[in-house]
Write a protein that binds this ligand. Structure first.
Ligand code: NAP
Ligand code: MG
Length: 488
């Protein structure tokens, strides 16, 4: 294992919140141990559980910093984001190693995520050089009428553990770029990785109070963030249950809410598809990072004419997937993030045994750490648990379909609509899929996971609520649009 730069002494002290520009201890005494999923005997850090008072202090700091931050030119805000990107690039290997150790993301994907975070900061760092609105003429006079964007104020960002750096970054970078201040709640299983973003922004010279970070329990500080009158909007990524609870509570209070939730993402393999490539995409989509991606491939729908041949290459490629310690650079399938997550996934698999045929995996691995073997089920009925619910681990199903219509009907037959993919050699088939598949992100001849930073990201149906995130879409959530009629 490569070593982290942080001295051992630092491990003994609880991590700290960032509030009002100060790294500070939480106002309570409760802590928990943050352990490595590849080897739980390895302590990554001690993490404090923030109290209601910490949340209130974070909100006050964010509200206090809001007017000055909003008044800066966007280019000045962007310069700070760009400097933070440089800090992350400088420290990329240390941050990627920490992410691998803390969350169990295989190092090669952790390296990619670290660089992605820097790229997101640079994308939003350039907002000051982009148009701020549109301009027309008034009908009667020809005088100008134009739109401008205004920040919302104080935004609470509630994030999950599965992209512990990228998701905090893709919420925070646009929030700050458009002139808002923020409270960032990091997820309990992997908060130290997210703290690196706050460290980078702090080093880059972010003014006090513009970003405030809370460690600890979401069910504890979440309600304070959602109910507080000085919090104007909430952006949440995580589970459906928690997300819907937040939406229901916050919208009654008149707050703007954005949710990114789960998926039950299909990959269709047509009879004219390149089968080896399609199987490679299925393995990567279903099993890399142990399937702990909202866009992971959960259902593989294969044309009956190529079903047997596809299954053979899928099983062969699954057998070759490198399962191992997350910090080993060769690893493709690492551990699950926690013992609780492992128990959930094993329970899901056990339920699946009663409704479909187990073709591969299905077991916890006999080794240290929270590992489950890449698992494939065949012929789960459309209404089976395996076909409808999200098992957040290395578990996928494969089923026969007779033609494109049946494939698309099966693909759409879930309440989710996050991502979907098709492998085909036919442009007409690809276009039919693009026109009819019900998901916010469609892939033609690529895996269901994977997203560019400069384009919209988000689901439809039960997978999301509110405007999409990232790239050119982010402005919709993080600003109000104002129309100005200007007569002399
Ligand atoms: P989660 O349990 O919903 O947690 C997400 C965040 O919400 C965590 O920070 C959590 O804090 C916090 N939280 C928990 N209870 C809360 C409450 N009552 N009020 C406010 N905040 C609360 O989800 P997860 O297990 O971390 O993440 C896995 C899920 O996220 C999967 O369903 C996955 O599909 C989804 N996901 C979606 C996307 C997407 O973009 N669509 C991306 C990644 C993940 P604690 O950690 O303290 O509990
Ligand atoms: Mg951990």
């Amino acid at each position: 294992m490569s070593s982290l730069a942080s001295p051992t002494a630092e491990l003994a002290k609880p991590a700290q919140n960032l509030i009002g520009g100060e790294w500070q201890e939480v106002r309570g005494h409760d802590t928990y141990e943050d352990r490595s999923p590849s080897d739980p005997s390895l302590m990554v850090g001690i993490v404090p559980l923030s109290t209601d008072d910490d949340a209130v202090a974070a909100i006050a700091a964010a509200a206090g910093a809001a007017p000055e931050w909003a008044a800066l030119p966007a280019a000045a805000r962007g310069a700070i984001l760009n400097r933070a990107a440089g800090v992350i690039e400088r420290d990329q290997e240390r941050i990627a190693t920490l992410m691998s150790r803390e969350m169990g993301k295989p190092l090669r994907e952790a390296r990619g995520e670290t660089l992605r975070a820097a790229a997101i900061l640079r994308f939003f760092g350039a907002e000051g050089q982009r148009p701020t609105g549109a301009r027309w003429e008034q009908s009667a006079s020809g005088a100008p009428v134009y739109t401008v964007r205004r920040p919302l104020g104080v935004i609470a960002l509630i994030t999950p553990w599965n992209f512990p750096l990228a998701i905090p970054t893709w919420k925070l970078a646009p929030a700050l770029a458009y002139g808002n201040t923020a409270i960032l709640k990091l997820a309990q299983p992997a908060p130290l990785t997210g703290l690196e973003l706050a460290r980078a922004l702090d080093e880059a010279g972010l003014p006090a109070g513009v970003l405030n970070v809370l460690l600890g329990s979401g069910s504890r500080v979440g309600p304070v963030l959602i109910d507080h009158p000085q919090v104007d909007a909430i952006s949440f990524t995580g589970s459906e249950t928690v997300g819907h609870g937040i939406r229901d509570r916050a919208t009654v209070l008149g707050k703007k809410v954005q949710l990114e939730l789960g998926g039950q993402n299909p990959l269709i393999v047509m009879d004219d598809a390149p089968l080896t490539r399609a199987a490679g995409a299925a393995v990567a989509g279903a099993f890399w990072s142990a399937g702990q991606k909202c866009t992971a491939t959960r259902r593989i729908l294969v044309h009956e004419r190529v079903y047997d041949a596809f299954l053979e290459t899928l099983r062969e490629q699954t057998g070759r997937a490198v399962v191992g310690d997350a910090e080993d650079a060769a690893t493709e399938v690492g551990p699950l993030v926690s013992e609780a997550q492992l128990d959930d996934v094993v329970a899901g698999i056990d339920r699946g045994r009663g409704e479909a045929q187990l073709l591969a995996g299905g077991e916890r691995l006999d080794r240290t750490g929270w590992f489950v073997a890449p698992t494939i089920f065949a012929d789960a009925a459309p209404d089976a648990f395996l076909s409808c619910e999200e098992i957040f681990g290395p578990v996928t199903t494969v089923s026969r379909v007779g033609d494109l219509d049946e494939a698309i009907a099966r693909a759409n037959d879930v309440r989710f609509g996050l991502s979907a993919s098709i492998f085909t050699g036919s442009i007409a088939t690809a276009h039919a899929f693009a026109a009819r598949a019900q998901a916010g992100m469609l892939h033609i001849n690529s895996q269901t996971a994977g997203a560019e930073i400069h384009v919209p990201f988000g689901g439809i149906k039960s997978s999301a609520w509110g405007p999409h995130e990232q790239g050119t879409a982010a402005v919709e959530f993080y600003t109000d649009q104002i129309t100005v009629y200007e007569d002399a």
